[in-house]
Design a protein around this ligand. Structure first.
Ligand code: RIB
Ligand code: CA
Length: 310
């Protein structure tokens, strides 16, 4: 088994929560830290939610607080989907939230990157502000990161605006810094995460596994499931879990190399990930791998298997 050091940078967030539940069950992931960033909800809440999720998972991983707002512009949130608390209004009795460590998320990322001697993988499933600050503060960091797997962007559509996906739209300048960092970026975007969904029946089936973790999974997804159904979607997209599974089991997915840039100036396209996947004109370099497809049956089977192990 190829076990490798990882930091999960996230904005919990109900799908971030599922991603963390899965990550614990994947022996390939040596999760060195979880770093929280403002995104779905404010940074204080994403930090607290990371601890709540780890309490549910019965998992001891250091958590660091990161950026409270994007590099430029106003913060946006997604409380309509994730709830004001960020976990669908689900309480986690018994979870203890310690004060945030003095060491900021970006400093922890650098420290762990140095310790991992170039083997560290970043799985970033929220806005990319923490990573951008880390790259801006530590010039040597790009050579120390093996690859970055993000949930973010899309080659073909947006969810927050017609052009932009939430994590990129929340901090386009940060995303552009990450794509231009020189570290290979694997973009698990809406093109594939909208196909990586669980139906209501599949969510109920997992909830019926009966463990505390399965019941937590089922409870936190009810609001976003209702929202997805109202939109006419076949189920609830497992955006962040798809990125975590991609990081370990690429065979479930299809992907293509591409040049990717982030539009930061567009009046109506700000936050769009512009790829040269389908265009005659090609960007000068293939700086990313864009994940475009998933074997949904196999994906759902793996999610079930991993959650059933609790
Ligand atoms: O667009 C989906 C992404 O935005 C997911 O990471 C979700 O958690 C939100 O952060
Ligand atoms: Ca997220």
């Amino acid at each position: 088994m190829n076990r490798f050091p990882v930091i999960i940078d996230c904005d919990p967030g109900v799908d971030d929560a599922v991603a963390i539940l899965l990550a614990k069950q994947l022996p390939e992931l040596d999760v060195r830290a979880i770093t929280a960033v403002a995104g779905n909800v404010e940074a204080e809440k994403t930090y607290a939610n990371a601890h709540k999720i780890l309490h549910v998972a019965n998992w001891d991983v250091p958590v660091f607080m990161g950026a409270a707002k994007p590099l430029i512009g106003a913060q946006i949130t997604a409380t309509g989907i994730h709830g004001v608390d960020g976990l669908g209004g689900v309480d986690v009795p018994g979870a203890v939230i310690p004060p945030a460590p003095q060491e900021a998320a970006w400093d922890a990322i650098y420290r762990e990157a140095v310790a991992a001697k170039g083997e560290l993988v970043l799985i970033a499933v929220g806005p990319l502000t923490n990573l951008a600050i880390a790259f801006g503060k530590y010039r040597a960091l790009p050579e120390l990161i093996k690859r970055i797997v993000i949930m973010g962007g899309a080659a073909t559509l947006g969810n927050t605006t017609p052009a932009a996906e939430f994590n990129i739209y929340a901090d386009p300048e940060a995303a552009e810094m990450v794509f231009q960092s020189g570290v290979p970026v694997h973009m698990v975007g809406l093109d594939v995460t909208l196909k990586s969904y669980l139906t209501a029946a599949e969510v109920d089936e997992i909830g019926a596994f009966g463990s505390e973790q399965a019941k937590f999974f089922h409870s936190i997804l009810q609001n976003v499931l209702a929202f997805s159904t109202k939109l006419g979607l076949p189920g609830v997209s497992m955006h962040d879990p798809a990125a975590v599974l991609y990081a370990v089991e690429e065979s479930l997915f299809t992907a293509e190399e591409a040049g990717v840039r982030v539009e930061c100036k567009g009046r109506i396209t700000r936050g769009k990930t512009v790829t040269d996947l389908y265009s005659d004109a090609q960007f000068p370099e293939k700086n990313a791998v864009v994940v475009t497809g998933v074997d949904r049956t196999a994906f759902v089977a793996r999610v079930k298997e991993l959650l059933k192990e609790y």
